[in-house]
Structures are given as C-alpha cells and as structure tokens.
Design a protein around this ligand. Sequence first.
Ligand code: THG
Length: 291
Amino acid sequence: MKCIGENLNVMQKSLNQAFQERNPGPVQEMARQQQRAGMAWIDVNLGPARKNGPELMDWLVRTIQEAVDLPLSLDTSNIEAMEAGLAAHKGRALINSIMARPERYNAMLPLVTRYDADMIALLWGPEGLPRDENERAAWAVELIYAANEMGIDNQRIYVDPIITPLNIQQDQLPAVLRFMAMLPEIAPGTRSVGGLSNLSNGTPWREPLNQTYLAMLKRAGMYSAILDYKDRLLIDIAAGKRPDIEQVVVAVEDGSLTSPQEVEENLRVFARAARVILGHSLYSDSWMKLE
Ligand code: THG
C-alpha cells in the first residue's frame, strides 16, 4: 500500500507556529523525515484556512518541494487556497478532497482539469456521513460520473469511503470493508484511500487499532492510506513486511481464530483489535483489558 503522511497539519502546535512565522526549518525537516520513512505523498493539511489561506498554501508547497522531491496531497476546504497550492505545485498534485455534494464538486472539479491533478473523491454526501456501504456506492457513482463528464479518467480518482472513529460508529468500519469489495465493479480503474487515524481518534489504543485496520484495508484492496509516518510498525504492515500480523487478522476475519489466546502473546493485541473492529466484541475504552 502507498502511504500519505498525515503529520504536516495546522493542528500540530509546533508546526502551526512555523506556519504563522513562515519559518521553513521545521516544515522542511518534517518533510525530509516523511520522505525517509517512505511516504509517497505528503498531506499538507490547512483545514478551513480562513486567514491568508492562499498565500499560506503557496508558501508551504514551495517550501516543502524545495526540500523533497515528492508530490503533495493538498488538504483544505478553502477553494482559493487549493488553487494557490495547485498553481505552485511541481508535478502532479493530489487534491484532498472533493465531496459528493453538487455545490462542492461543481466548484472543484474544474481545478482537476485546469491543473492536471489527481483527486480524492470523498464520500461525504449532501446529508453528511454515509450510513452504510450502499450509500457510499450511490455517492461514489454520482461523483465519479460528474468527474468523468468533465473528462477526468477513473485512474485519476482516489475514492475515500470515510473511516470514522471506532468509539462513535463501530458498525461503519465493517461497512467500509464491504464497500471496498464493491468498488472495482462500481468504478473500475479508480484507486482508493482512507484517513486511517480517524478510526482511533479519542481512544487510548491508537497504534494497535490503526495497525490492525490497515491490515484489513490492505486485504480489502485499498490502494493507499493517509497515516502517521512515525508509526514504524504501521509502515512495515503497509509494505507487506509483517505477514505474521496479516495472518492473525485474516484468521479473525475468516472465523478460524475465535480466541486471542490461540496465538502467541505478542500477536494477541492484533486479534483483540480485529475482533472489536469487526464488531465481535463491543468497543469501550477498557475493552483491551476485558478481552
Ligand atoms: N480523508 C481524507 N483526508 C483527511 C482525512 C480523511 N485529512 C484529515 C484526516 N482525515 C487525516 N489526517 C489526520 C491528521 C492527524 C490526525 C488524524 C488524522 C490525528 N492527530 C493527533 C490527534 O488529534 O490526536 C494529533 C497530532 C499529534 O500530536 O501527533 O489524530 O479521512 N481524504
């Protein structure tokens, strides 16, 4: 699986200060670390970027691409900031993201063709989060059809089914996996992506949950993930270097492993996490101790 580093964002206190002061040092240092960790893209996350959005995005794109030779995933809901980033970007940028809402995609799809970019099709619909795999499918069809009408080929579209936090919407995680199985038929040739850390937001078990769900998404055919580049084990799983962990996760998914006790102690955490992600056990902050 290809990795997109999530860490260069305005929520990071130390970086936010560098952003505001237009201090290139910390930004370029993190960009180099992300490249060394094997990221295929760096997500540049400004959120709504209400203040000086276009000028800040322009500066960030130039500053990062001065230090590393990587394409960027431009992550902002501010369309003017998105356009400024695309204009400054060298090579093919990834627009993160375009929602399945007509007023958003009608405004943003022209940027994909104007700047010859790739795009993330975010399955956030007119009524907000999708409720199951069928709603995801319906919104994917609508958005991809609109993109195709503008001359954007499926190969340039990265479908994001939206990964939601386990502690809020446990049943959406299996729904995303079922949607992944449907995607090649719905939209042949599209790629896929998901924001992995959303899953574990607000839980005390971030790493094992992210690692386990990544193994499931990989098996389900997901092409890429936005993730924490500092989690070495996660990156190893994405690169296929941990078949032992993948095997445990598959065994839970296929029902051949029913008790975490059946595997070596160091792999039990992945069996437990797989059970809670699949809904075999109910999530609570103390579930890891209870299993
Ligand atoms: N899909 C797409 N884009 C996305 C998301 C998605 N962009 C934003 C987000 N989701 C992915 N990026 C992040 C970035 C940071 C965190 C989660 C997702 C995160 N940060 C730590 C936290 O809040 O606890 C704080 C940062 C730190 O201190 O390390 O969780 O789904 N297309």
